[in-house]
Write a protein that binds this ligand. Structure first.
Ligand SMILES: C[S@@+](CC[C@H](N)C(=O)[O-])C[C@H]1O[C@@H](n2cnc3c(N)ncnc32)[C@H](O)[C@@H]1O
Length: 443
């Protein structure tokens, strides 16, 4: 019998048959597929074997149930792995990007900075987490974040020393990566020297060429930031510091993002990632009626940019979905707030999301048995993940952002349309580019 997870796409007389939980498409002519459905299977052993191998033809519904169980167990295991520690060293920011929720949070709760004690306590608590679940095949990350993390250089400097000491003593993983996510403006010689000494990677926020960046990414006086940020990126690259870029897709660059891999390659960075804008400020920029158009245009732009780029995987959003598809894996999550990250907010409160103060307790008071992946809010937010819902592109859809769903729809469990629309477009792209590749290999 056909699996309940068998899905079909058709284009120009060719059908792609794939498993919804781990797409690894088989291609055949529409006629061949129709004959098979009609029971005329003569000469189609290869196709039948392929279908069986991919568990698209099964003996009973029990096989489908087992398949689902396997994917669900695997996903749960991945979600219970706290691969990231976010240390939010400052709530305030020296810029005033018009789409960023951080200034409003800082206004509401104050421009707190993280204390040294809380930063160290965060590192200690993360160490406790890793004692249970450390996996040497994974990469682990500490990310200094904000607001603008470099408003609190002292705590970054001391935390780097503390992390190194723990790593050298074998208390933290050897495969530990450290990153500062910054707008770059406050990078100076001391920061460059620290990044070199501790092998810190730097991710810089920049929204593309000057004319598009400077509309929304402005400082407190409303001045554009492009020239200053690009000068810093060049300095980081020249100093051999691993440098990345974080790029928001705005109404002012959405028409140009197809060329962004070229633009960022020329700056010499290692890789960059697009951000679909999230939260209430997006409504101010595109209006509620403009949301779907924004998501669709942004999705097509991200895909087209990946098609045009000369270095495969240079853009991160596409790279991670492509990697899951190529390895026939179920893509776990778009966001690491479902148990994969421990966030220490500037006031020492723990949360599972940097943009959302979820008040899970103070880092110095929760005790060493606290685990982020066991928190009720994390368990609740997992209910929104695509595996639990219908959707033919669920294997490449990470489910998006609960914080944004809450902002836009008043419900953290509501579907994130940006993630839904992007993954549907991406799945089609991945399927048909695979077909094109197979065809050209045969020719
Ligand atoms: C919150 S900032 C913090 C680090 C640093 N101050 C900076 O400006 O890059 C990190 C990244 O968040 C992204 N960001 C800000 N507001 C966003 C939003 N509403 N939706 C999605 N990403 C957003 C920006 O692209 C920025 O690069």
């Amino acid at each position: 019998m056909l699996s309940q997870y068998l899905r079909i796409r058709e284009r120009d007389g060719i059908v792609a048959l794939f498993h919804e939980l781990h797409p690894d498409p088989i291609f055949c002519s529409l006629d061949k597929w129709r004959n098979l459905l009609a029971g005329i299977t003569d000469g189609d052993e290869v196709l039948i074997n392929d279908l069986k191998q991919r568990r698209l033809l099964v003996d009973s519904p029990e096989n489908d149930r087992q398949e689902f169980e396997m994917v669900a167990i695997n996903l749960e295991r991945k979600l219970n792995q706290p691969v990231i520690l976010y240390l939010m060293t400052a709530q305030g920011c020296n810029l005033n990007c018009k789409y960023c929720p951080v200034p409003a949070i800082a206004k509401k709760y104050g421009e707190t900075i993280l204390s040294m004690e809380d930063a160290f306590a965060g590192i200690d608590l993360w160490e406790e987490h890793l004692k249970d679940v450390y996996d040497s095949s994974l990469q682990y990350f500490v990310i200094f974040y904000g607001g603008e993390p470099l408003l609190n250089k002292e705590v970054i400097k001391n935390s780097l020393g503390y992390l190194k000491m723990k790593k050298d003593a074998g208390f933290l993983p050897a495969n530990l990566n450290v990153m500062i996510a910054t707008n770059g403006i406050l990078v100076d010689d001391e920061i460059i020297a620290l990044c070199k000494e501790y092998e810190v990677m730097v991710s810089v926020g920049l929204d593309g060429p000057k004319s598009s960046n400077d509309v929304l990414k402005v400082d407190g006086s409303g001045n554009g930031t492009f020239d200053r940020i690009v000068a810093i990126i060049r300095l980081l690259v020249q100093s051999n510091i691993r440098t990345f870029a974080s790029v928001s897709i705005t109404p002012f660059n959405i028409d140009q993002i197809t060329e962004y891999s070229k633009f960022f390659m020329e700056l010499g960075i290692e890789k960059f990632g697009f951000n679909f804008l999230k939260g209430r400020l997006l409504l101010e920029l595109v209006g509620r009626d403009g949301l779907d158009d924004y998501y669709e245009q942004a999705s097509r732009g991200v895909i087209e940019n990946a098609r045009r780029q000369s270095k495969p995987g240079f853009e991160y959003q596409m790279e991670k979905k492509q990697a899951a598809f190529d390895s026939k894996d179920f893509f776990p999550v778009d966001c690491t707030c479902y148990g994969n990250q421990l966030v220490v907010q500037p006031d020492g409160q723990i949360s599972n999301c940097p943009f959302s103060k979820t008040w899970l307790g103070h880092v110095r008071e929760v005790g060493k048995d606290f685990r982020i992946f066991n928190q009720p809010i994390v368990k609740k937010w997992r209910e929104r993940l695509p595996i639990h819902h219908s959707g033919e592109a669920k294997a490449v859809c990470g489910g998006g952002c609960a914080w944004s769903s809450n902002e836009l729809k008043g419900d953290p469990l509501a579907v994130d349309d940006s993630s839904r629309i992007f993954s549907e477009e991406v799945l089609n792209e991945l399927i048909w580019s695979r077909y094109k590749k197979l065809k050209s290999e045969k020719a």
